[in-house]
Design a protein around this ligand. Structure first.
Ligand code: CP
Length: 309
């Protein structure tokens, strides 16, 4: 199969075959990160810009590692320290970078749709590293890779997403991707954080008002961070009340299927989304998700720079 996409803006435009192809490629790249010299010459001489207009630890660092492990040169630009603070537009900034000769842009922005807008105006491929509360496709890809490593298949699994579904780009990309691969997706959270009509995303998507019902006999639980930075007002009374109603703890985690895995995209609010014993417990695969992030991003950079043809 050939990978024919110019950009990775979201999983909305990816087929199930595309997703499997990216994950198979990531699987083959994963071994490189275990070598004593974690580098291959595949993208020597190529230039990749990390344009992060919002904070990031995992995504930014793992994209940089991914690019460097493929021997590409990387350069970073962000809101502070760039001429954006002097009033330069996003489009002008990226056009100026393009004039310097770049081969790919990885972009995070607080505005939903910002990478889609840029993609219409520049020639270099763009990878969306998270746009507002829209999509975060590489997070969902690394989540699916982690699920596949534990469960062998996604078809027929029950995956429960808990928390701030409304403001979570991780949630939307996972709902789209997991549904395309045939999972049953359960959503749970305060009713103020569940978008109306979300079940219209597909017949596999179901909303559960109560956490206990949502996680009962599920194969995977994905806890989501409360995105306070994207809320005009707080949509629940207090962290304590949230943790009591929607937090995962040593007692309620037993309702899941034996062997169920616990996921979180990070950063975690310990004691809010989940207790520390669950976050660090034997079912937690949170650091495996982070590890798979490098392989998935290597795969995607490689495929968008011609490796899939
Ligand atoms: N999961 C994720 O996107 O984390 P960062 O915000 O640290 O990149």
């Amino acid at each position: 199969m050939a990978f024919v996409h110019k950009n990775m803006l979201g999983l909305e435009n990816a087929s199930a075959d595309d997703i499997h192809f990216i994950l198979d490629t990531a699987k083959s790249f994963k071994e490189i990160s275990t070598r004593s010299v974690k580098k291959v010459p595949t993208l020597r001489g190529k230039t990749i810009v990390m344009a992060f207009w919002e904070p990031s630890t995992r995504t930014k660092l793992s994209f940089e590692m991914a690019a460097k492990r493929l021997s590409a040169d990387t350069y970073a630009i962000g809101a502070s320290g760039s001429s954006v603070v002097k009033g330069e537009t996003l489009l002008d900034s990226i056009r100026n970078l393009e004039a310097m000769g770049i081969d790919l842009v990885v972009m995070r922005h607080k505005q939903s749709g910002a990478p889609h807008f840029l993609a219409q105006h520049i020639d270099a491929p763009i990878i969306n590293a998270g746009d507002g509360f829209h999509e975060h496709p590489t997070q969902a890809l690394l989540d699916m890779m982690t699920i596949l490593e534990h469960k062998k298949t996604i078809e027929g699994l029950t995956v429960t997403l808990v928390g701030d579904i409304a403001h979570s780009r991780v949630a939307l990309s996972n709902i789209i991707g997991l549904s395309k691969l045939g999972a049953q997706v359960r959503l749970c959270g305060p009713f103020t954080m569940i978008p109306r009509f979300i079940e219209r995303l597909g017949p596999n998507v179901t909303v559960y008002p109560k956490l206990e019902d949502a996680i009962r006999d599920t194969d995977v639980v994905m806890m989501l961070r409360i995105q306070k930075e994207r809320m005009a007002k707080h949509l629940f009374p207090s962290n304590r009340e949230y943790a009591m109603t929607f937090g995962l703890n040593a007692k309620n985690v037993r309702l899941t299927k034996p062997g169920a895995i616990i996921m979180h995209p990070g950063p975690i609010n310990r004691g809010v989304e989940m207790t520390p014993d669950v976050a660090d417990g034997e079912r937690s695969v949170i650091l495996e998700q982070v590890n798979n992030g490098v392989a998935v991003r290597m795969a995607l950079i490689y495929l968008l720079m011609g490796g899939g043809k």
